[in-house]
Design a protein around this ligand. Structure first.
Ligand SMILES: C[S@@+](CC[C@H](N)C(=O)[O-])C[C@H]1O[C@@H](n2cnc3c(N)ncnc32)[C@H](O)[C@@H]1O
Length: 233
C-alpha cells in the first residue's frame, strides 16, 4: 500500500488525487529543508505513515498521531485535541484527514497551535470524492471554502490553497471509480485497469491543454486540494 501511495500507477482509480499529492509533498519536503534546515514533523491522522519516506532525509524527528488503535502511530489523539505542546513541530502534516474529523475549525486551530514560529501546516482534503468513512466521512470543500476555513480558524502569515488536478481529471476519477467497482462486482477487476489507465491519461492530457479546466473557477471540479498555511516567525 505504501508503495502505491509513493508511486501511484495510472491504473489506480484515485490517480487524480494520489499522483499530484505525492509530487506536491516531495517538493514541500525539500522546500522545508531549504528554508528550515532539519525539521520536526507531526503527521496528524497518520494512518500507515505512507509519506514518511519523502520527509525522512530532511527531518530531526517524525511523529505520527492517530485517534484509532494504529500500530504505526507514536501518539494517540484526534486533530481536534492534539497531544502535543504549543509550537512543538516545524512541519505539521495532515493529509486526507479533515474530511473525516468532527470539527474542522477546531482541527485547523489545533494544527496552528502545535506549529512552531516560522513553520507550516501542509494539509490536503477533498473537493469531490465518493463517501469513504475512516471511521467517519463528513466534509467536502471548494478552494474558497478551504481558504475561509483556514483564515477564520487561526492566524497565519499566509494561506495558499491549490487544486491538486483539473476538472477532466476529476470527471475521469469518478468514471474510473465506477468502472473499477462494476468490473470488481463482475469478478473481472483486472480488466478495468487498462480502461482506468487510459481514462486517467486522456483526462490529464485534456487538462494540460486548458487553464480554464485546471484553475478553480465557475464550472470547474477538483478532486483534491493542497493547503500550505505558514506561521509567522
Ligand atoms: C484516509 S486516512 C489518511 C491517512 C494518511 N494521512 C494518508 O494520507 O494516507 C484518514 C486517517 O485519519 C484518521 N482520522 C480520522 N478521524 C480523525 C480525527 N478526528 N483526528 C485525527 N485523525 C483522524 C484515521 O484514523 C485515518 O488514519
Amino acid at each position: 500500500m505504501a508503495d502505491v501511495r509513493l508511486h501511484p500507477p495510472r491504473s489506480l482509480p484515485t490517480y487524480a488525487v494520489r499522483a499530484p499529492l505525492v509530487r506536491w509533498l516531495a517538493a514541500e519536503a525539500r522546500r522545508a529543508h531549504e528554508e528550515l534546515g532539519r525539521y520536526r514533523v507531526l503527521d496528524v491522522g497518520c494512518g500507515a505513515k505512507p509519506y514518511e519516506p519523502l520527509f525522512a532525509p530532511f527531518v530531526e524527528s517524525y511523529v505520527g498521531v492517530d485517534p484509532v488503535d494504529n500500530p504505526h502511530a507514536d501518539l494517540r489523539g484526534s486533530v481536534e485535541e492534539l497531544p502535543a505542546a504549543d509550537g512543538s513541530f516545524d512541519v505539521v502534516l495532515c493529509t486526507q484527514v479533515l474530511e473525516h474529523c468532527d470539527d474542522p475549525r477546531r482541527a485547523v486551530s489545533e494544527l496552528r497551535r502545535v506549529t512552531a514560529p516560522g513553520g507550516r501546516v501542509l494539509a490536503t482534503t477533498h473537493g469531490v470524492m465518493v463517501y469513504h468513512p475512516s471511521p467517519a466521512d463528513y466534509w467536502r470543500w471548494t478552494h474558497a471554502g478551504l481558504e475561509k476555513l483556514f483564515t477564520e480558524s487561526a492566524s497565519w502569515a499566509s494561506v495558499k490553497v491549490t487544486p491538486a488536478s483539473g476538472t477532466t481529471a476529476c470527471l475521469g476519477m469518478i468514471v474510473s471509480l465506477y468502472l473499477d467497482l462494476a468490473f470488481k462486482r463482475g469478478g473481472l477487476r483486472r480488466l478495468a485497469r487498462p480502461l482506468v489507465a487510459a481514462t486517467n491519461t486522456l483526462a490529464e492530457a485534456i487538462d494540460a491543454r486548458s487553464p480554464r479546466l485546471r484553475e478553480p473557477g465557475p464550472g470547474t471540479l477538483h478532486a483534491n486540494y493542497h493547503v500550505v498555511a505558514e506561521v509567522p516567525q
